[in-house]
Design a protein around this ligand. Structure first.
Ligand code: MTE
Length: 307
């Protein structure tokens, strides 16, 4: 992944959490799209209230990694409007009791979206605090019923070069489509969510509409966008960045300040927004600060080897 020069965003633009919380009353009655997720039904299940200011919406929706639309941080917001997200089909396959070709709406219908304010830490060493709206992944898995043989779940992003300029670029080194995976116990963890909204609105296309994964204790590349396939497997699935550079990006990708990327340290991060003169550098926390909740998933594992 590329490292870019810092943005010039005054820190005065940080939206305090209180502003957003009061704004939520305003958005509560908006219907968030064809999925039929009335915002009024969004549960106030902010499991881990964060005492950190939210990253402004403008930054979260314009400083993106979504290589299907280009490698520049500004490419996704420039190009993602071309993407058709309705209808949106999702194929469910592998070790699962209810395989099939589903309409996205049918997969999420009846599952209660929750508001979750999470830290989001990219492997490139920048970070944000994001108010997501998501469905616990666990609820979706329970609906699909993985079999006893399933040990992993693999997710695949849409392959549609006609609408995704990055996929038809002659310079791309990615073998499309983008794929990611989790161990099943990681997927069942209550912090893992399928995100459908951001700042109380439908998820913008540049952030992975209509739905994407968010696993807040892992580097951002695990949080795959615009998912069209969910496959349950016995064997560990491949993941795009590991295929591309196996010595730089692992399968687990747990945020770990003690294990450097081969080309840079992971001990600290730039909390967006930053300015030319203030990089807003803060120490990176093990498991992105969610160690109390998730460290037991990795008991006895060598996290330096399983990076
Ligand atoms: N998913 C797909 N399909 N394609 C991508 O390029 N980039 C990943 C992840 N999911 C990516 C993806 C990376 S590297 C990061 S840091 C996050 O998305 C960025 O999410 P954001 O743009 O919503 O901040």
């Amino acid at each position: 992944m590329l490292i870019r020069k810092p943005d010039s965003i005054p820190s005065s633009e940080i939206t305090p959490e209180s502003t957003y919380v009061s704004r939520r009353h305003f958005v509560r009655d908006l219907s968030i799209g064809s999925v039929g997720l009335a915002a009024s039904s969004i549960a106030r299940a902010n499991t881990l209230p964060l005492d950190e200011p939210l990253t402004p919406e403008r930054i979260i929706t314009s400083y993106n990694n979504f290589y299907e639309f280009g490698t520049d941080k500004g490419d996704p917001v420039r190009h993602a409007h071309q993407l058709t997200t309705a209808p949106w089909k999702v194929k469910v396959s592998g070790e699962v009791a209810k395989p099939g070709e589903y309409d996205y709406e049918d997969l999420v219908k009846g599952l209660t979206p929750e508001e979750r304010i999470y830290r989001f830490r990219c492997v490139e060493a920048w970070s944000m605090v994001v108010p997501w709206t998501g469905i616990p992944l666990k609820a979706l898995l329970q609906r699909l019923e993985p079999t006893g043989n399933a040990k992993y779940v693999e997710f695949t992003t849409l392959l549609r070069p006609s609408e995704m300029p990055g996929q038809r670029s002659l310079f791309t080194s990615i073998d499309w489509p983008y794929v990611e995976g989790l161990r099943l116990d990681e997927a069942y963890h209550p912090l893992s969510i399928m995100v459908v909204g951001l700042y109380g609105k439908l998820l913008p296309k540049q952030n992975g509409a209509p739905w994407r994964l968010i696993v807040p204790w892992k580097y951002g590349f695990k949080s795959i966008k615009s998912i069209v396939q969910i496959r349950f497997t016995e064997k560990k699935p491949k993941n795009t960045w590991n295929i591309l550079a196996p010595h730089e990006y692992g399968f687990y990708a747990n945020v770990n300040p003690a294990v450097s990327h081969p080309r840079w340290s992971q001990a600290s991060e730039r909390r967006l927004p930053t300015t030319l003169f203030n990089q807003n550098r803060i120490p990176t926390l093990a498991f992105n600060g969610y160690g109390e909740e998730v460290a037991s998933l990795y008991a006895g594992m060598n996290l330096r080897r399983n990076f």
